[in-house]
Design a protein around this ligand. Structure first.
Ligand SMILES: [Zn+2]
Length: 474
């Protein structure tokens, strides 16, 4: 297997990926909280994880990919305070929490399908695994990592000396949040809820019995419980957005490692934000950009995917319609070039590659295996499209191959109609003539041109080095 290098947030360096089990990769990605539509910034995270998964598959790994659906427990603040996002969404729409969970789960799945993001091996909903979450809290309870306050069961972060290691947290210097009043009963600012009690004066729509009282799980415990259930106590890769580093993923590590006594995850990967002129994209201000907004404005989901591919996942992207237009222009140019190539190759990719074509493929592999550098990979695809030393059939083969990683649905680009109906025999002669010209065998190249003419086609050599084929008789 080729060497695959990934930047590990845990160590802050690029490391060679070494799977726990040869040829296999287990990967857990934090999914959406389904109380509203995803905005295009949210979708960037799933796009980055899709690239990671595609690169693993491209390298021959068998990937077990797990994504959770948070349908309970995520409060407006990531720090266990404020309203429940799901209940807030439900009251906004006059529906039950269960109804909005189902609706926005489907909306999310449809968005990622439009973006050609490969579906995970396993989708898991937090409310389907309450038992596993309660079991894990029990385990932490038995090992002495918890304490109880009037509103829930809390994780005592002081008992876990490694706490905050990945996030490089300065525990002493952590400021209390200004907007939301923290519970006085918390022993430390970093302590977090494992189980929250239902309010005494009313029944919540989602609540369950537990050894500590009726209530619901804290947001973080679902990811520990479900990832371990499906991938084991120690697994290969865990991903999410950079915003997950200081709280959510830090808490997942604390819960999981305290409970199992094992290292939780070997490689942590985090994707950067998409930002707007006014800053980080957010749903709290009402109006936000969805994939559907872009589609309504005439962009295709693949235009947006191409736009995302142009920037490395660890860099911020500034979103503006001008930037999206520039990406769309580039993508349109690429598609029309591919369309011509498919026409000349007569929709037949080469079965084997020449030395030149292989060298390009190797360059592509090296880019994407260097911490998922797909923007460089995209540049290599452009080189391939322009390269004169390889045949169109080889270009066609490279397009198909690279698109396994890029995911731009290039297989859907149709051969340009002007050339699509040129017979295979003529195409073969054109390729032969190109070869002859390359070898400076002009006698042979002229002979082939005459032969093509006899068969009813005219070859025009253009200044750019390209050729144009015209039909001269039927
Ligand atoms: Zn998570």
């Amino acid at each position: 297997m080729e060497k695959l290098i990934l930047f590990n947030t845990l160590t802050r360096v690029k490391e060679e990926f070494q799977p726990i089990e040869q040829g296999k990769a287990g990967m857990y990605c934090c999914g959406p909280t389904v109380y509203n539509f995803a905005h295009i910034g949210n979708l960037r995270a799933y796009f980055f994880e899709d690239v990671l998964k595609r690169v693993l598959l491209y390298n021959g790994y068998k990937v077990k990919h797990v994504v959770n659906i948070t349908d309970v427990g995520h409060l407006v603040s990531d720090e266990d305070e404020g309203e429940d996002k799901m209940e807030k969404g439900a009251s906004r729409e006059g529906k039950t929490v269960w109804e909005i969970a189902e609706f926005y789960t489907e909306a999310f799945k449809s968005d990622i399908a439009l973006l050609n993001i490969l579906p995970p091996t396993i989708w898991c909903k937090a409310t389907d695994f309450i038992k596993e979450q309660v079991e894990m809290i029990k385990c932490l309870d038995e090992k002495g990592y918890t304490y109880i306050t009037s509103d829930g069961v809390y994780y005592d972060t002081a008992k876990f000396p490694e706490y905050g290691k990945m996030a490089l947290l300065d525990i002493e210097g952590l400021e209390e949040g200004k907007r939301i009043q923290f519970s006085d009963e918390k022993k430390s600012k970093t302590d977090f809820a494992l189980w929250k009690f239902s309010p005494k004066d009313r029944k919540r729509q989602m609540e369950w019995d537990s050894p500590w009282g009726t209530g619901f799980p804290g947001w973080h415990i679902e990811c520990s419980a479900m990832s371990i259930k499906f991938l084991g106590n120690n697994f290969d890769i865990h991903c999410g957005g950079v915003d997950h580093i200081p709280i959510h993923h830090t808490n997942e590590i604390a819960q999981s490692e305290a409970c199992t006594g094992k290292k939780f995850v070997n490689y942590w990967l985090h994707g950067e934000f998409l930002i707007e002129e006014k800053g980080k994209m957010s749903k709290s201000e009402g109006e936000f950009l969805r994939l559907k907004t872009l589609i309504d404005k005439g962009y295709s989901p693949m235009d947006y995917r191409y736009f995302l591919l142009m920037t490395h996942y660890r860099k911020k992207i500034k979103f503006s319609f001008d930037n999206l237009d520039a990406a769309r222009n580039g993508f349109n140019n690429m598609k029309s070039r591919i369309s011509e190539i498919k026409a000349v190759a007569n929709n037949n990719p080469a079965e084997s590659l020449s030395g030149n074509a292989n060298a390009i493929k190797e360059r592509f592999n090296a880019c994407v295996n260097d911490d998922l550098n797909v923007s460089e990979g995209l540049a290599v695809l452009w080189e391939a499209l322009k390269e004169e030393g390889i045949t169109d059939a080889e270009k066609f083969a490279l397009i198909n191959d690279f698109d396994k990683v890029l995911g731009l649905e290039l297989n859907k680009v149709e051969a340009s109609s002007g050339k699509a109906d040129i017979p295979a025999e003529i195409i073969a002669l054109i390729e032969k003539r190109k070869e002859a010209k390359k070898n400076k065998d002009f006698m042979l190249s002229d002979k082939i041109r005459s032969k093509i003419k006899e068969l009813g086609y005219e070859v025009l050599d253009k200044k750019s080095g390209d050729t144009e084929i015209l039909r001269i008789k039927n």
